[in-house]
Ligand binder design. Sequence first.
Ligand code: ATP
Length: 624
Amino acid sequence: MDSEILPSAVLTASKIKSHDGASFNLSFNDLNYSVGKGRKTKKVLHKISGSFKSGQLTAILGPSGAGKTSLMNILAGLKKSGIEGQVCVNGAQREFKTFRKESAYVTQKDHLLTNLTVDEYFIAAAHLKLGNNVSNKEKISTVKNILKTLGLTSSQYKRVSCLSGGERKRLSIGLELIDNPSLLFLDEPTSGLDSSSSLQCVALLREIARSGRTVVATIHQPSSRLLSHFDHLYIVASGSCIYQGPVGSLVSYLKVMDLNCPSYHNPADFALDVASGEYGEVLEKLISGIENGRNIYHDSSVPTSSASPRDSQDTGFSDDDEEQVTMLEGLPKKSKVGTAHRPLHAAPFHMQVTVLLGRTWKTIWREKILSAMRLALHVVVAMLVGLLYWQIGDDAAQIFNNVGLVFFNMLFIMAAAMMPTVLTFTLDMEVLIREHLNQWYSLKAYYLAKTLADIPFQIIFPIVYLVPVYFMTNQPMSLERFGLLLVIMIWMSLLGQGLGLFFGATFDIQAASFLAATSTVPIFLLSGLFITFNSIPSPLRWLTYFSFARYGFEGSMLSIYAYDRAPLACSDSYCHFRFPEKFLEQFDLTQSSYSLSIVGLVINYVVIRIAGYLALRFKLRHVR
Ligand SMILES: Nc1ncnc2c1ncn2[C@@H]1O[C@H](COP(=O)(O)OP(=O)(O)OP(=O)(O)O)[C@@H](O)[C@H]1O
């Protein structure tokens, strides 16, 4: 048999066509990877080695749980702990920061903002990923080229929600091509796609590889036609490598190992069956045959598909694909500035915030149903409350009902701001993870943009609610008092949104909704309505300083009843609390100060915002 097993290093060092002079040949030696601690430690990868060349499309194949994703995440630099062994670029130890700047990761699920159009997405990504060093004209031309290359020109004005699965996948890939990464990692790029879209996607990846990039994808049960588009195949079984080499040499290698792939059988399926142990205890033999990835098998009687970047292997694709190849030349060129000296994020901080703010506003504006529902909710509840508490505000006989109203206002405004944020942030979180991992922007810029984008809504909704309620319930007709109460409502709304973001960032959607709804109840218990400050046992009084509801309640009560308000009318024969000052005494509020209430609310807001930021930072680190 005319075949040979080459040490990985030989091929790593071999001459390959570079893209803009910067090719990244990736190799890894004796990689061990363990998860868990102590007795629960599980070894996922066992001294595995391998070599992936630039200019080639590599498939990592293996049964479920074999360690494909773990291996790819380690190679992509997303996992850093529990790893032993070496990952090298062009034969030298990988320099982490440079590597991250040069690589892009396309996640399995296409988490995208569905309300943006394709071109809006690309333009925002171009601003974020190319920064100020590239002119707007160049950015537009880059985007046009990528759109054309990916066959998305006809869909450029479509919203992401209207794209097919294949188009979404191409969009996800295209967005990462904007800053011209040298390495592209894809987690199961064909999952969820039909066979034709899968073929198109893999053909595109191959052409991307041909333009001088290192492209590595994990793949699940590929058809033989799909597999033929890959140049290099790396098969993992139980955390070890059982085959590495050209796709076409797989059958020959298995034959050498006394495993005959039946005629007309998909070699990938056969290899997966072997890897799953369906052909007996052959894994040890296969692992040592390929030296756990140290070697690359090559049957020289089988032509390789990677001989030339333009080789015309029969891919079963139409002439359109040939055009794809040509258009790939239009992909952005590398910046003359060395990668090592480039900042992690191409765009300056203010530009990141501006672009993210614009993008967030667009998506909120287009969430017409959610925005309309939120508006309608405030109007409907305001009308209901106005009718229920009709004209009671100046009646001392109804004064306790009016306090109930003051309390309800706070509760409603806070919950109405919190719950939509809890629910919508789960999707936002996935988008954030994907984009942040690919260094589109810093977390600080994202968080600031997110905070700023919501502020108009946290002002408008309290106004929409409070104006009718205030007049219908006949609160004191003073613009000053109305203003003071409105400011408290706005702060409650901002706090609600901050809490929603904290819970959404920290927990999954079920836990976040449950905890958001229940954990705020004790905070309201300490508001001062259910138990006054002086009645709380002294060792527990400090708890009220952490209750923003206390500051909200105090501020609201002072807005309505303090500052020498005239005695109230009395619709009964006797009203005990005609004098507002006396009523404030009942709630231990005579010594309270409106300004201190605002300070308390602001401090709570800042603490919650910082907690939300830290929770997000922790989560992003945890994802890696
Ligand atoms: N963080 C973790 N904690 C516990 N176990 C883990 C962790 N990460 C990976 N594993 C385990 O390591 C093994 C390999 O996981 P990995 O996701 O890499 O497999 P895979 O080949 O990509 O599987 P699939 O094709 O099903 O996605 C699995 O048994 C998995 O349960």
